[in-house]
Design a protein around this ligand. Structure first.
Ligand SMILES: Cc1cc2nc3c(=O)[nH]c(=O)nc-3n(C[C@H](O)[C@H](O)[C@H](O)COP(=O)(O)OP(=O)(O)OC[C@H]3O[C@@H](n4cnc5c(N)ncnc54)[C@H](O)[C@@H]3O)c2cc1C
Length: 376
C-alpha cells in the first residue's frame, strides 16, 4: 500500500511506524513543513494506561520514551498559599522534542521516508498519488479545510486565553495553582517533564485578560507580568518563552472522519482541553486504532469505516469529560471562595468521571481530610 502522510507530529510519525511494523512492503512517506529539530511546546504527559498502550503497540519506541520520563502520582492544588496533594494519579512527562526525536529515529529505522521542510499546499495532488492520505497536520489542518464539505468540521473558539511557558522551577506532580490580583483569577497548570524543566501553562478568562492589559503588552512585558502573578510559586525562577503567545483554545470536532481515501487523525480530527491530559496521548492512540483497523481489513474503505466506528465513541466520551473540565476552568473565578480542601475536591471531580468513592480508593487520607474540611 502507498501511504502519504501530511504532518510529522506524534500522530503522523506513530502511524507511519505502526504501518511499517505491520508490513514492511508498505511505502510510507511523511511530508513535514518544519525541520527535524524545530518544535514548539514543552512537555507532554501520558497516563499509566496510555503507556501500556504504547508498549503493546511498539516496545522499541516505548522503551526509549520511558527512559526519558519524569513520573509522579500526585495532583497538587495550590490555593490561598496552601498546597493540597492528592495521590494515586499516575502520570509521566517527557519533552515534546525528545518524543519527536525518538519517533523520527524509529520511523527512519523502519524505512519510513520523511521529507522535512516540505509544506503541502496542493493536497489533491498528493491524494491522487496514493492509496491512503493521512491528514495528521494538526489543529489548523489544511486537509480538513480543503475538504471541509466532506468532513463538515465544527470549530468552537473558546473565550479563555492561555499561554504555554516553561520554567526551571520543578513541579513534582501535576500542579494546579490559582492566584488572584486586581485584574482577576489566573490558573497555572504545571508539571516537570525533565530533570531540569517544567511546563507552565497559564489560563485566564477574557475579562481578566483585558483588565490586565495584555493586548497592549509585548512578549517580554507579558512574561514579566505573568511571572509576577506566580512569583511565590516560581521560587525565583524565570518563566521561559518558546515563541509563547496567548491563544484561545480551539475545540475541534468533525461530523465525518474520512472520505474516499483521506482520513483525519490527532488534532486535525479532534481536540480536548489541555486540563484533562494531553492531545499527544489522543493523537498516538488514534494512530494505534487506525493501524489496528488496517490489520483487520485490507480494503482502505473498510478499514476507515472500522476506525471511525470503533474510535468515535472513545473520542466522544473523552471530549465530553474534557468539555466539563474546560468549562470548570472557564468559570474558575466562581470557586475561589472555597477553602483549599474544598477546591481540591471539586477540581478532582470536575469532569464527572471521578467520584468520591474513586478518590477514597486512590487517596483515603485526602478524603478523610476533606470530610473534616481540613485546610492543610
Ligand atoms: C502552541 C502550542 C503548544 C503546545 N504545547 C504542547 C505541550 O507542551 N504539551 C502537549 O502535550 N501538547 C501541546 N500542544 C498540543 C499538542 O501539540 C497536540 O495535541 C499534539 O501534538 C497533537 O499531535 P498531532 O500529531 O495531531 O499534531 P501536531 O503535533 O500539531 O503535528 C502536526 C504537524 O503537521 C505539520 N504540518 C501542518 N500543516 C502542514 C502542511 N500543510 N504541510 C506539511 N506539514 C504540515 C506541523 O508542522 C506539525 O509538525 C500544543 C499545541 C500548541 C498549538
Amino acid at each position: 500500500m502507498k501511504i502519504n502522510i501530511i504532518g510529522g507530529g506524534p500522530a503522523g510519525l506513530y502511524f507511519a511506524i505502526l504501518m511499517k511494523k505491520a508490513g514492511a512492503s508498505h511505502q510510507v512517506k511523511i511530508y513535514e513543513r518544519n525541520g527535524p529539530d524545530d518544535t514548539f511546546g514543552w512537555g507532554v504527559v501520558f497516563s499509566g494506561k496510555t503507556l501500556a498502550n504504547l508498549r503493546a503497540a511498539d516496545e522499541v519506541s516505548h522503551a526509549e520514551i520511558t527512559k526519558q520520563f519524569e513520573a509522579w502520582d500526585n495532583v497538587d492544588v495550590v490555593h490561598r498559599d496552601a498546597k493540597i496533594s492528592i495521590h494515586g494519579n499516575s502520570f509521566s512527562g517527557v519533552a515534546r522534542l525528545q518524543l519527536l526525536k525518538i519517533l523520527q529515529r524509529r520511523a527512519e529505522q523502519l524505512d519510513v521516508e520523511i521529507e522535512f521542510h516540505s509544506e503541502i499546499h496542493d493536497v489533491e495532488a498528493l491524494r491522487s498519488d496514493c492509496d491512503l492520505l493521512l491528514a495528521a497536520d494538526g489543529v489548523n489542518s489544511t486537509v480538513r479545510a480543503r475538504y471541509a464539505e466532506q468532513f463538515r468540521p465544527e470549530l468552537d473558539v473558546r473565550a479563555n486565553r492561555y499561554i504555554w511557558y516553561g520554567t526551571h522551577q520543578l513541579f513534582h506532580g501535576l500542579t494546579l495553582t490559582f492566584r488572584e490580583n486586581s485584574a482577576g483569577v489566573f490558573a497555572a497548570h504545571s508539571y516537570k517533564f525533565s530533570p531540569t524543566t517544567s511546563t507552565f501553562i497559564v489560563e485566564c478568562d477574557p475579562e481578566t485578560w483585558a483588565k490586565a492589559g495584555f493586548e497592549q503588552m509585548g512578549s517580554e512585558e507579558t512574561l514579566a507580568y505573568v511571572g509576577d502573578v506566580f512569583a511565590q510559586d516560581l521560587n525565583g525562577h524565570k518563566l521561559l518563552s518558546n515563541n509563547s503567545k496567548w491563544i484561545n483554545f480551539l475545540l475541534v470536532k468533525n461530523r465525518k472522519w474520512f472520505f474516499e481515501n483521506v482520513v483525519l487523525i490527532g488534532d486535525a480530527l479532534h481536540t480536548a482541553h489541555f486540563s484533562i491530559g494531553s492531545g499527544t496521548k489522543l493523537a498516538m492512540e488514534d494512530a494505534i486504532a487506525l493501524a489496528d483497523s488496517f490489520q483487520e481489513y485490507l480494503d482502505v474503505r473498510d478499514a476507515l469505516v472500522h476506525f471511525e466506528k470503533t474510535r468515535r465513541p472513545v473520542i466522544e466520551d473523552y471530549q465530553a469529560a474534557a468539555f466539563e473540565s474546560m468549562r470548570w476552568f472557564e468559570n474558575a473565578a466562581q470557586y475561589m471562595n472555597l477553602s483549599p480542601i474544598e477546591l481540591a475536591y471539586v477540581l478532582m471531580t470536575r469532569s464527572g468521571r471521578v467520584s468520591y468513592e474513586d478518590l477514597m480508593k486512590r487517596d483515603p487520607d485526602f478524603i478523610r481530610r476533606y470530610d473534616r474540611r481540613d485546610n492543610f
